[in-house]
Design a protein around this ligand. Structure first.
Ligand code: UDX
Ligand code: ADP
Length: 460
């Protein structure tokens, strides 16, 4: 197999963009082209003003500044990029199906299949095709089948190389990964990909497995992480009725080295593009093989998460004398976690929907999420027209505009800046009693009570 000198990545999203930027940064001798059908997204990746990159990740601007126009290129010409590449990463979106068989559970693989067909049609020489998107187990086989049966007689080697980066810490996760996982059945192709990662990842952290183990491990890693959040969230409800404090419980159990201290923060519910989708995938696969007890077990992680989101909204309504009709509720945060502008599956969307059902006036402030994104998240729930949403939801660019005259503040994302606000001033500007519902346990209970707030936090 020839030396890898040109890589193409199809899909310039939250995974493809940052991952390829870091690979390019660490492999200056490899030309990397990231392509996307979305020309606005590509234009943003090429924007000279690095503040306009389509993905916000701390430290990403510096990496892009270093590699862009040197060996990192963003382009819309998918065919040319496929033609010239030795190795092609597929990093397109795999949303949950919204139609047909597996609706609401299975991953929609139409974008992956389109990519495979396009690669097969264009390729004139051998290629290594790497699955980067999170996929159901055995997708690689489907991919290989399409490539081999529709191609021009060239050889394709398919590898699975799932991405474990978390948003908000993508750059540090990529620079210093716990592990890199590569699944495949061709030693030469595996070695070609290992070599790229070896430029900066210690050898012992590069794991190679068979392709199915690699695909399944990605789903299982996310399922275990989400399960921890649902587990601690279940305990948060118990804490609220018993007088225990969930942070204290997390700390106490986290000291047990078998349990570990990470990922035990109770919250209004997990969001993000991966957890729910991957568990639904796992559930779907288990059901396909008639493993109903296994499927029910994992499904419960999602049901618990849904419960946590609606429980938070109900708490707001119940505490505010069972009516929020016409009341102004200031949302601090819309992103699914801090340090990202990504809102996919964010708890804020569902809490807002619940409050809108009760005719609340929701005012949203998020430091990184655009107005359009917030409206489009609410429209895509399919419960209301944009006009109706605009009647109930206002978006502001200054947090103090959100809280002025508010009956309540609800903290939905754990942005650090919320801790630094002048809460005394906020109290002065709110309607009384001034309610704060802290879905992230971000603020200090004692201090908030001292300032005169009616303060409620998850799990205490
Ligand atoms: C996750 C996995 O961590 C990552 O390895 C995988 O590649 C993609 O999915 P991500 O969704 O970006 O990453 O963020 P993560 O930090 O895992 O948080 C997911 C959600 O769980 C967020 O909404 C977060 O607020 C919530 N969470 C996380 C908690 O509520 N409590 C915790 O203790 C940890
Ligand atoms: P992820 O979080 O997995 O990176 P995103 O939705 O952020 O998902 O990014 C996926 C990107 O893939 C989108 O920008 C989308 O336009 C792009 N995409 C999907 N299908 C194709 C395709 N056939 N060719 C090129 N780009 C594609």
């Amino acid at each position: 197999m020839r030396e890898i000198t040109k890589i193409t990545c199809i899909g310039a999203g939250y995974v493809g963009g940052p991952t390829m930027s870091v690979i390019a940064h660490k492999n200056p001798n490899i030309k990397i082209t990231v392509v996307d059908l979305n020309s606005a997204r590509i234009a943003a990746w090429n924007d000279e003003n690095l503040a306009n990159l389509p993905v916000y990740e701390p430290g990403l601007d510096e990496i892009v500044r270093d590699a862009r126009h040197r060996n990192l290129f963003f382009d819309t010409d998918v065919e040319r990029a496929i033609d010239e590449a030795d190795m092609i990463f597929i990093s397109v979106n795999t949303p949950t199906k919204t139609y047909g068989k597996g609706k609401g559970q299975a991953a929609d693989l139409k974008y992956i299949e389109l990519c495979a067909r396009q690669i097969a049609a264009v390729a004139k020489d051998d290629k290594i095709v790497v699955e980067k998107s999170t996929l159901p187990v055995r997708t690689a086989a489907a991919l290989k089948n399409i490539l081999d049966n529709t191609g021009n007689g060239v050889n394709f080697h398919v590898l699975s190389n799932p991405e474990f980066l978390a948003e908000g810490t993508a750059v540090s996760d990529l620079l210093n990964p716990d592990r890199v996982l590569i699944g495949g059945d061709d030693e030469v192709a595996i070695e070609a990909l290992v070599k790229i990662y070896r430029s900066w990842v210690p050898e012992e952290r590069i794991l190679t497995t068979n392709i199915w183990s690699s695909e399944l491990s990605k789903l299982v890693a996310n399922a275990f992480l989400a399960q921890r959040v649902s587990s601690i969230n279940a305990i948060s409800e118990l804490c609220e009725v018993t007088g225990a404090n969930v942070d204290e419980v997390s700390r106490a159990i986290g000291y047990d080295s078998r349990i570990g201290s990470k990922f035990l923060k109770a919250s209004v519910g997990f969001g993000g593009s991966c957890f729910q989708k991957d568990i639904l995938n796992l559930v779907y696969i288990a059901r396909t093989y008639n493993l109903h007890t296994v499927a029910d077990y994992w499904e419960q992680v999602i049901l618990m998460n849904d419960h946590q989101k609606s429980r938070f909204a109900e708490k707001i309504i119940q505490t505010m004398y069972n009516t929020v009709n016409g009341k102004r509720i200031a949302f601090l945060g819309w992103a699914f976690k801090k340090d990202t502008n990504d809102t996919r599956e964010s708890a804020a969307i569902y809490v807002a929907d619940y409050l809108m059902d009760e005719e609340a006036q929701v005012v949203v402030y998020d430091p990184k999420v655009s107005d359009n994104q917030i409206y489009s998240d609410l429209v895509s729930l399919g419960t209301r027209s944009l006009e109706e949403i605009k009647r109930l939801v206002t978006i502001v660019n200054d947090p103090y505009d959100a809280v002025g005259d508010a009956h309540a503040v609800a903290i939905l994302t754990e942005w650090d800046e919320f801790k630094t606000y002048n809460w005394n001033k906020i109290k002065g500007e709110m309607k009384k009693p001034a309610f704060v519902f802290d879905g992230r346990k971000l603020l200090n209970n004692i201090e908030m009570n001292k300032l005169g707030f009616e303060y409620y936090a998850i799990g205490e």
